[in-house]
Design a protein. Sequence first.
Length: 187
Amino acid sequence: MKAVVFHKPGDIRYDTVEDPRIELATDVILKVTSTAICGSDLHILSGGVPQTEPMIMGHEFMGIVEEVGSEVKNLKKGDRVVVPFPISCGQCFFCQHQASPSCENSNYKHYGPNGDMMDQKGAALFGYTDLYGGYSGGQAEYVRVPYADISPRVVPENMSDEQVLFLTDIFPTGGLRLIGLSLKGEK
Ligand SMILES: [Zn+2]
Ligand SMILES: [Zn+2]
């Protein structure tokens, strides 16, 4: 398939790469219909968030379910879904307390001799470097979506991609920022 691949700071290419495949029974493979470029992608492009291996970019995407892992219950082939950018397991303490962006299970890679980067980490993110789990992103024809029963939401037929795509990050992240400012008494 074709995908937008980060190689090194300042060097992002439109490459031919291997198609994603089901790796765990709780995965689905999504055929991407729309994806967005985020301001946060620029942090990777500039080298501000380090990444040493080539990586498929993109944490804001939606699409059609193409293939379903054997344990996925809530989605079926052909469903059109929008996918929030944090990857969450649905089972851990944080996921059970409506704080899934702090999921303890999705970002399982260890860094540093004492795993010190693990202490402050949050959930894994799609296409956001090995620090955030090393998952391929959705600026591609297809993407693997882990824990597919937990975060993806089926989109009503009467809504266009453009009406829901920004639920992946921009809209809820902006909303949280406004809530934070109003709590601090700022406008
Ligand atoms: Zn974003
Ligand atoms: Zn979790």
